[in-house]
Design a protein around this ligand. Structure first.
Ligand SMILES: Nc1nc2c(ncn2[C@@H]2O[C@H](COP(=O)(O)OP(=O)(O)O)[C@@H](O)[C@H]2O)c(=O)[nH]1
Ligand SMILES: [Mg+2]
Length: 245
């Protein structure tokens, strides 16, 4: 099926995910077995107060495809992903790295669709905005904010990508090495900066449709202030990435 043998490492950052994580690990394993792809999973927990790390540590004792890394305090989504990627890259068998959230917003059922495309790009971006992509459970306001942010990134950075902000992705080993070596932000912006870094450096990116499901109902935490901060960050990336090109 693939040009070369494939061995996928997963990075799952967690902060208070005790209700989701074990079910998610089971579901990923089941899906990967059904498509016959070798895999292992690294969970990076920032010492969640709800005891997520303990739960995963217990699980990993009887499921040797899982490893838990615990950091002493909350240090942001991006730095958690980078920590997990570095750990996986020290395993020479790893050919690809999948990043996904722990809250089932990123459905394991979409893995076959993402992995089908790995021979055609350095990064397969899970996308809500290509044909076949969907969002379930977001308010009109939340959808609008996401659309505006993505359009802004697309115009400012002249990409031809529709979804830059989903953390559901497959990186080739080379792409993962590139981003851990150079992406400096540590929070949610890491996800966008990683994608732009690859695009600016000439790596190929393809989008594959995913169905994004919101974890719970409730109000968006994004306000005008956050949107303004994002705008400035996106512009500052333009200067930074240009310099390194
Ligand atoms: N290790 C770690 N994981 C985090 C941190 N912040 C968020 N996460 C995880 O990153 C993923 C995305 O976060 P989430 O709260 O779902 O973001 P949202 O979907 O944008 O509201 C989830 O798996 C979280 O548990 C953090 O500071 N450290
Ligand atoms: Mg989420």
């Amino acid at each position: 099926m693939y040009k070369k043998p494939v061995y996928v490492g997963f990075v799952i950052p967690t902060y208070n995910e005790k209700e989701n994580i074990v079910r998610l690990l089971d579901k990923i394993h089941e899906t990967m077995k059904s498509i016959g792809i070798e895999h292992r999973i690294v969970v990076v927990d920032d010492n969640s107060p709800d005891g997520t790390a303990k739960l995963v540590a217990e699980y990993s004792r009887s499921h040797n495809f899982v490893k838990i890394l615990v950091r002493p305090r909350k240090q942001g989504l991006g730095s958690a992903i980078a920590t997990g990627m570095r750990d996986l890259l020290s395993d020479p068998r790893i050919t690809h790295i999948v990043t996904m959230d722990a809250d089932f917003s990123h459905r394991p059922e979409d893995l076959p669709v993402l992995l089908r495309r790995i021979d055609s790009a350095d990064l397969v971006q899970g996308s809500r905005y290509v044909d076949g992509g969907k969002i379930v459970g977001w308010s009109f306001k939340r959808r609008l904010v996401s659309r505006v942010a993505n359009t802004l990134i697309r115009v400012v950075h002249r990409t031809n990508i529709l979804d830059h902000t989903s953390n559901y992705r497959v990186y080739s080993r080379e792409a993962a090495e590139r981003v851990v070596g150079s992406v400096s932000s540590s929070g949610y912006e890491w996800v966008i900066e990683a994608l732009l870094t690859l695009l600016y450096s000439g790596y190929t990116v393809v989008e594959a449709p995913i169905t994004f499901i919101d974890r719970t109902a409730g109000k968006s935490k994004l306000g005008l202030r956050d949107i303004a901060k994002w705008f400035i960050h996106i512009l500052s990336l333009k200067r930074k990435l240009k310099r390194t090109r």
